[in-house]
Each structure stands twice: as structure tokens, then as C-alpha cells.
Design a protein around this ligand. Structure first.
Ligand code: GLU
Length: 384
């Protein structure tokens, strides 16, 4: 099976389960394990991959620190533990990455942040900016504020939403399980390991039983659900055991046992679909002839080619692109608000800073954020 080199991926989300980061429920951090993992993350970064970490462990660390011994906690006890543990968690990553002169950035998200349009774009832009600045996003659920109804509840699904949001091409779910089996290998015999899943059928879903581990909340079921979200967004998924802190290099260099879920489309196709589905009605950029031609030739849209902005929209919104004669050219994510476009339209990119008082993106719509009209057909243009 060729799942491709990890190093060939552009953007990887690694999800780290509580049972790996902490010593079997004691709430003690496994420092050596973390140091090993960080070595491999740095190798990926050196090879040019963007890496985002989704790490559990706040509840387990906080629980240990507070001396709560029970294995089943009430929601408010979990939240209190997370409030204590999240500081310990972030400090641990900061210390270990810091010893390699790398910066960690904490992002705490709730379900709404990955589903509501406004928050989604804010979270996404923050992640992009952090990656651009060379920081390593360290993401967890905002456990202290999330009530039962607005919780992800498990970091597998959170990691899948992050992968979707960040347009990652690989999500690696690390826990104490080395992949999917036909039935739970710990419960009975005759269970067969599944190395490759091309499509998450009902049969595959039925192989994933409920949660087993009492440290952390995800079981195989949430991992398969996460794989469903991510693969639909153009991101391949690996479920692997992270017992060894060097698991990332082991995945790269040896034929270590894991389950690989193939992406259902490319991240580019998924992104184009996303733009089509999030097109803001009423938000339009009118382009001059030169810009229209440039876009058809695969170039980005620069402020000089914009004649005007129609409607009200914010930075990060998906807007329609039309020619001067009203012909639909496509759609794209606009890096400036309609108010700012009105000020920079027709100007050279080098003038953006002096006009707006801040230096934004060079492109009004980057070609990666652009869908031409013929590619838009098939997406449903639903306003969220
Ligand atoms: N957000 C929780 C924590 O940091 C973990 C949820 C999970 O393990 O899936 O402890």
C-alpha cells in the first residue's frame, strides 16, 4: 500500500490523545514522549510541511493536579479540571518547542467556531497567519465555556474540523489504538486489521464500536466519524498508535501498522466547493478587462484590476466576481472588506499600506482562493 510520504504533504494536522500525553490516568505528563514527538514535528516542518497540533490532555492533567481520583467526572468538574490543565498543557508544549526555538500558539475552539461562518473565517485566518509567521498552532476545545449542547466532546471530531478549516491534506489521529479492526481486538478473537479504507461504508462504520478508553473521550467510533468529515474535505486520515513518541518518523520510514483512509477529493476541489457553498449573496467585485483576462490565465486578482465593490462584505467573505459588462467570472475569498476595497481599487499593490494604514495581502483574491465560473457549477451556492 502506498499512502505517500508524509513529507510530501503540505499541511498536516496531528491529533494527540490524552492517554498518550499523560501517564495512565495519573495526570502526570509524559515529558520524554512529548520531547520525541516534537523532534518529529520539527522534521516535518523542516521538510516544508505546515503542522497543526490538536492536543487533548487538559482534563487529565488538571484532574491529576487537583487530586481528583474518580474516573467519571461531572461536566463542571471536567471543566474545572480543564481550566487548570490547559495551562499545564500549553506550558509543556511551549517549553519543549521553545527548547528548539519554536513558538507555540494556543487556540481554544468550540463547535460554533468551526461551523458559524464568521467565527470559522476568523479562526481560519488566525491559523493561516500563525502558520505564515512560523508558529505551531496548538488547538484544543474550549472546555471551560462549552456546555453540553455546544461541545464537540471529543478531540477527534475537533481535529477533523480543524483539518477541514485549514485545508490540510493529512490528518493523523494518534491514540493507543493502531487502526481499525473488523471487531474490537481486545474483546475477542478473529479480529482483522484494516490497513486501507477507500470509502467509509456502513460496514466500516459498524466495525467501530463505542469508546473504550476512560482517559480522553474518543473511541474508534469518533475516529471513524472524524475520518468521514476529513476525507470528504479532501484530507486523508491515518489512525495510528502513538505509543512511541517517534511515531511520525516511524510512519514515514517503516511499514508500521496503521489504518489509512483515502481522501474523497483533492483539498483544492474541496476548497472550491467551500467557496461556492459560502458565497455571500450581494457581495460582488467588478473587474476590468485586464483583470478578467489575468484570472482566466490562472493569476490572482490585484487591487489595480478592481473597478468597484458592490454590497457590504468583510475580509474573508466569499464574493462573486463579474466583468464590467456583468458577465460572471467566478467567485473567491476576498482579503479585504468592501470598505477597504473602495479605497484601494485601481491602485498598485505597493500603495495598499499607505492608503489603508496597514499592510494587508498583496492580492485582493489569491488564486488559491478563486473558483472560475465553470468550476462553480455543481456547487450549491448556499448562504450560511
Ligand atoms: N478536550 C479534552 C481535554 O483536553 C479532551 C477531549 C478528548 O480527549 O477527546 O482533556
Amino acid at each position: 500500500m502506498d499512502r505517500g510520504s508524509l513529507l510530501s504533504k503540505e499541511r498536516i494536522v496531528v491529533k494527540i490523545g490524552s492517554s498518550l500525553l499523560t501517564e495512565g490516568g495519573s495526570g502526570r505528563l509524559r515529558w520524554d514522549w512529548l520531547r520525541d514527538l516534537v523532534i518529529d514535528v520539527i522534521e516535518l516542518k523542516k521538510a516544508g510541511c505546515d503542522v497543526l497540533l490538536v492536543s487533548s490532555g487538559a482534563v487529565a492533567l488538571g484532574q491529576g493536579h487537583l487530586g481528583i481520583r474518580r474516573s467519571v467526572l461531572k461536566l463542571e468538574e471536567k471543566q474545572a479540571s480543564a481550566a487548570v490543565g490547559q495551562i499545564l498543557l500549553a506550558n509543556a508544549y511551549t517549553e519543549v518547542f521553545g527548547s528548539h526555538h519554536l513558538t507555540v500558539a494556543q487556540l481554544l475552539l468550540t463547535l460554533g467556531d468551526t461551523e458559524g461562518r464568521r467565527q470559522y473565517l476568523n479562526a481560519r485566518n488566525t491559523m493561516e497567519t500563525l502558520l505564515h509567521l512560523g508558529a505551531i498552532p496548538l488547538i484544543n476545545e474550549n472546555d471551560t465555556v462549552a456546555t453540553q449542547e455546544i461541545r464537540f466532546g471529543d478531540n477527534d471530531r475537533l481535529a477533523a474540523r480543524v483539518a477541514e478549516m485549514a485545508n490540510a491534506d493529512l490528518l493523523i489521529l494518534l491514540s493507543d489504538i493502531d487502526g481499525l479492526y473488523t471487531n474490537d481486538p481486545r474483546l475477542g478473537t478473529n479480529s482483522e486489521h484494516i490497513p486501507l479504507v477507500n470509502e467509509i461504508s456502513a460496514e466500516i462504520e459498524s466495525m467501530a464500536g463505542p469508546s473504550r478508553s476512560n482517559i480522553g473521550s474518543g473511541g474508534m467510533k469518533t475516529k471513524v466519524e472524524a475520518a468521514k468529515i476529513a476525507t470528504a474535505a479532501g484530507c486523508s486520515v491515518i489512525i495510528a498508535s502513538g505509543r512511541s513518541g517517534r511515531i511520525l518518523s516511524e510512519l514515514e520510514n517503516s511499514n508500521i501498522r496503521c489504518t489509512w483512509f483515502a481522501a474523497q477529493q483533492s483539498p483544492v476541489a474541496a476548497r472550491k466547493r467551500w467557496i461556492g457553498n459560502n458565497l455571500r449573496s450581494g457581495g460582488t467585485l467588478v473587474l476590468d478587462r485586464g483583470a478578467h483576462k489575468a484570472l482566466l490565465a490562472g493569476k490572482s486578482l490585484l487591487p489595480a484590476g478592481v473597478l468597484r465593490a458592490v454590497g457590504h462584505f468583510d475580509r474573508g467573505d466569499a464574493v462573486a466576481l463579474v466583468s464590467e459588462s456583468g458577465e460572471k467570472v467566478g467567485a473567491g475569498i476576498c482579503a479585504y472588506s468592501s470598505a477597504d476595497i473602495e479605497r484601494i481599487r485601481g491602485h498598485k499593490t505597493s500603495e495598499i499600506g499607505s492608503i489603508l494604514g496597514y499592510v494587508g495581502r498583496e492580492e485582493v483574491v489569491h488564486r488559491k482562493d478563486l473558483v472560475l465560473q465553470n468550476e462553480l457549477i455543481g456547487t450549491s451556492h448556499v448562504e450560511r
